[in-house]
Design a binder for this molecule. Structure first.
Ligand SMILES: [Zn+2]
Length: 161
């Protein structure tokens, strides 16, 4: 599957060049990843988050052969609220943030896959202002202007107050 995506990107490259001269590798990469991860939805990310994420994964793709897909990006407040309520009703630690606190609602958080892609972003994301923010979520990254303190889990700050 990964080989197929890479082969596809090479096939798409000339068309991407016609479509976006000077950005062909960037565009071909997004097309190929869109086909590799057909359910991903990048709408609702802030423009800076979108630019950082697509630029980072273009580098991961062409330079290091890593395919990075988006599992969950922007969530509207109603969806986040439903997840929050469901999580409250489960026994154990609450780890879903209220919509007012969620970076997914703000459009600056990305849950990504696969694990190797997340490792690449953990190692290289700072160049793009993308940071892993929780010890217990290898998949969750946020666009931040400065490296944030990494927390043990979502909501940890509230728990420590
Ligand atoms: Zn997340």
């Amino acid at each position: 599957m990964e080989l197929a995506a890479k082969a596809l990107a090479r096939v798409l490259l000339p068309f991407a060049h016609l479509n976006a001269p000077g950005h062909a590798r960037h565009v071909a990469c997004q097309w190929a990843l869109g086909m590799r991860f057909p359910k991903e939805d990048l709408t609702g990310l802030t423009p800076a988050t979108y630019a950082a994420f697509t630029t980072a994964r273009t580098e991961a793709f062409w330079k290091d052969g890593q395919l990075i897909g988006l599992t969950s990006g922007h969530r509207d407040a109603a969806v986040q609220h439903r997840m929050y309520i469901e999580d409250l009703q489960r026994p154990g630690l609450t780890t879903v943030l209220h919509p007012a606190e969620s970076e997914h609602v703000r459009g600056t958080a990305m849950d990504i896959r696969p694990r190797e892609g997340a490792q690449w972003l953990e190692d290289n994301g700072a160049r793009y202002n993308l940071y892993r923010t929780y010890d217990n979520e290898w998949w969750h990254f946020e666009y931040r202007l400065r490296r944030p303190e990494r927390l043990p889990y979502p909501g940890a700050v509230r728990a420590y107050r």
